[in-house]
Design a protein around this ligand. Structure first.
Ligand code: NAP
Length: 247
């Protein structure tokens, strides 16, 4: 029997972990896929292609040309376009699809969160003047019109305009520590944190820091969950794959 050809849509820690788990198993032949946003992505344990497929049609054609048996979408919860492409292309080609999504964050005692449906709405509802914008460099345009507030912008790579005129950029890739986040927010006298509900441990420290400093959090909700089989951990994804391929 030939190995099961898996397309693993990545760009997340979960995708890297799953690739690491599958890499040593001869029954799977995994192709990773990255959008190519980051100039120096973390090294991948499986052969990885880089760049978009060209929408639904491009992805569907690619799945057929590459004889893919199963797609695992382990992209970021806010990467809605590639997930939609995966759902439609998988349906069209009859290739099974699994979505791996880490759970979102949950508000706890001592937190002061305001949930909003979009970055634009976050920009309209900022309860402060010194804003820690931890939304990634793609999310800055929504705040670019704001000439009043001061922004601390954190991103993995230097952001490009449009971005708010009164801004300082700090480069950083998680995991972050609570002590580091507290120090950063104190140093810049942050009075509101804006973040997307990405979930996961690597970037959760800023939420603990905000709670400690009694800084309100504007939390941007996730896009709607895709209409596809979904799991929340790499272990569950492995179990799903083993079951699928055992049948
Ligand atoms: P997006 O808006 O859903 O995707 C935009 C386009 O980029 C897609 O239509 C697709 O192009 C291409 N693309 C996205 N992910 C791809 C992948 N894994 N392999 C091949 N092509 C991909 O996605 P995004 O929010 O820009 O995110 C891009 C990448 O960064 C994703 O891999 C995601 O996991 C990662 N990431 C995103 C965030 C975030 O906050 N959005 C945070 C951390 C990591 P075509 O239509 O041409 O196929």
């Amino acid at each position: 029997m030939h190995p099961v050809r898996v397309l693993l849509l990545g760009g997340t820690a979960e995708a890297r972990r799953l690739a690491g788990e599958l890499a040593g198993r001869p029954e799977y032949d995994v192709v990773g896929s990255l959008a190519g946003r980051v100039a120096a992505p973390a090294s991948a344990p499986v052969p990885t292609r880089i760049g978009g497929f060209g929408g639904v049609d491009g992805l569907a054609a690619w799945l057929e040309a590459e004889r893919i048996d199963v797609v695992v979408d382990a992209t970021h919860p806010f990467a809605a376009r590639i997930t939609r492409s995966a759902v439609v292309a998988a349906r069209r080609t009859g290739v099974p699809l699994l979505v791996l999504r880490r759970p979102g964050w949950a508000e706890g005692p001592g937190d002061d969160w305001r949930r909003v449906p979009s970055l634009e709405e976050a920009a309209r509802r900022l309860p402060g003047d010194r804003v820690f914008l931890a939304t990634g460099r793609m999310g800055l345009a929504a705040f670019a019109h704001d000439h009043e507030r001061w922004y601390l912008v954190r991103s993995v790579e230097p952001p490009a305009p449009p971005m708010p005129p009164r801004a300082q950029v700090v480069l950083g890739r998680g995991p972050f520590t609570v002590d580091g986040e507290v120090a950063l927010m104190r140093e810049h006298r942050i009075d509101v944190l804006v973040t997307k509900d990405s979930g996961g441990e690597a970037t959760a420290a800023k939420l603990v820091a905000a709670r400690r400093l009694r800084v309100p959090v504007v939390m941007v909700d996730r896009p709607p969950a895709p209409d596809a089989a979904t799991v929340t951990s790499t272990d569950e994804a492995l179990t799903w794959l083993f079951r699928l391929t055992a049948d």
